[in-house]
Design a protein. Structure first.
Length: 266
């Protein structure tokens, strides 16, 4: 038993850090279970206050997959499969370009611009803008490409896809289900790239196991909340959540501009 405990490597996390991390994961998981997105940005933003982002991103990606899989049976029939295919095609093509931007372009101004764009678009949708029909293949490819570009550049590829579905006539259930399905696919792709680069370690896996119980509890709580909420109210809540996440993203950009080149890139 002692040797097993000694084999657990959490990267030097003490009791206070573990407690803080568990609370952060639980809160982000409730949001994810309710809306279908937001877990990565909320958890990474909170945990980055006390840990290096590079040390937690692989574990968060594992948790993203674990957060989504329990929801699949209940959302399978609502997924808009045709749009998912075109979104993933655009995403896959543009991820390498985003990675190139990460290596060659300043990230902070891009984050600030993204935050401002998402806030403006979400407010426009809150004021009643909506498409009368599903976007064309070209528009769907463009949304997927924007997601891949942003995810490759700084790990925040969710806003274009969320805005895509919540401006379309797909409906709350179909939009949420499709967002969840899209993120399962992109998270698995992301884990593959991380494994290839040697970023997934034993510490990543042990942290994943540590965070798994609060993740599952939070997703269950959030999913129950979605089932009882009015679709119109759900749409408003999701858009305001997107505004909050965009404000966090813009704030990260401003902080990195203020801190200079030595600041974190996530």
């Amino acid at each position: 038993m002692t040797s097993f405990i000694e084999a657990i490597d959490l990267g030097g996390m003490n009791a206070a850090l573990i407690s803080f991390s568990l609370v952060c994961v639980l809160g982000a998981a409730v949001v994810r279970g309710f809306s279908g997105f937001g877990f990565s940005l909320l958890s990474i933003t909170a945990l980055s206050l006390v840990m290096e982002p590079a040390a937690i991103v692989p574990s968060i990606f594992m948790l993203e997959v674990a957060a989504s899989l329990p929801l699949l049976p209940g959302i399978w029939r609502d997924i808009h499969w045709r749009s998912i295919g075109w979104l993933l095609l655009g995403y896959t093509v543009f991820v390498p370009i985003g990675v190139w931007l990460l290596a060659n372009a300043p990230v902070a101004p891009m984050k600030l611009a993204l935050g401002i764009f998402v806030i403006a678009t979400a407010i426009m949708l809150l004021r009643g803008f909506a498409l009368k029909q599903m976007p064309s293949r070209v528009a769907t490819l463009a949304a997927g490409g924007a997601s891949g570009l942003l995810n490759g550049a700084f790990g925040i590829g969710g806003p274009p896809v969320v805005l895509f579905y919540f401006s379309s006539p797909a409906g709350a259930a179909a939009g949420r289900a499709s967002i969840i399905a899209f993120f399962i696919a992109t998270d698995l792709l992301g884990l593959g790239f991380q494994a290839r680069e040697g970023l997934i370690t034993g510490t990543s896996f042990w942290r994943f196991l540590l965070f798994l119980p609060p993740l599952l509890i939070g997703v269950w709580i959030g999913n129950r909340g979605f089932k009882s909420v009015d679709p119109a109210l759900f749409r408003r809540i999701v858009l305001w959540l997107l505004v909050v996440l965009a404000v966090l993203t813009a704030a990260q950009g401003l902080f990195q501009l203020w801190s200079g080149p030595g600041s974190a890139e996530i």
